[in-house]
Design a protein around this ligand. Structure first.
Ligand code: MN
Length: 145
């Protein structure tokens, strides 16, 4: 069963905002769009997203800078980030991942690939939550073993 997630979308292009939010809501998720990346950190603190999707090519605060700010934030540092980029040149993959992205999707997006990447990140995040929230006790070692 797919769980409902809160997803913050940082994207300066209105058509992409509509496309991404339509896709996310079609999968039952709640989409919070932010078109000006300077507002993204405040919006993220308010909205407490389960996942952040960010464009890389953004005016003012680039997607790379935004990911670094998110990663450095105490409350938001562990929220998974999916980057979306139009120009994936050689080396970009590493640069994007080094900045904190858990996954990235190239534009123009494949609807299927986009949806798969979102669900995969949410699955991984909820598994990690369960692991950290309900630690499985270590089996008792027989004494003297
Ligand atoms: Mn852009």
């Amino acid at each position: 069963m797919e769980s409902v997630a809160k997803i913050l979308v940082v994207e300066d292009n209105a058509l992409n905002i509509k496309l991404f939010c339509d896709l996310l809501t079609a999968h039952g998720h709640e989409c919070e769009p932010v078109s000006d990346s300077r507002d993204a950190i405040d919006a993220a603190r308010r909205f407490a997203p389960d996942l952040v999707i960010t464009d890389i090519q953004l005016p003012h605060v680039s997607g790379i800078e935004l990911m670094e700010l998110l990663r450095a934030d105490e409350a938001l540092g562990k929220v998974p980030i999916m980057a979306v980029t139009a120009y994936a040149a050689q080396g970009d993959d590493e640069r994007i991942r080094a900045a904190g992205a858990s996954a990235y999707v190239s534009k123009p997006i494949s609807v299927l690939r986009f949806a798969e990447a979102v669900e995969q990140l949410l699955d991984t995040a909820s598994r990690d939550d369960q692991l950290s929230g309900n630690p499985v006790p270590a089996p008792n070692e027989p004494s003297g073993a």
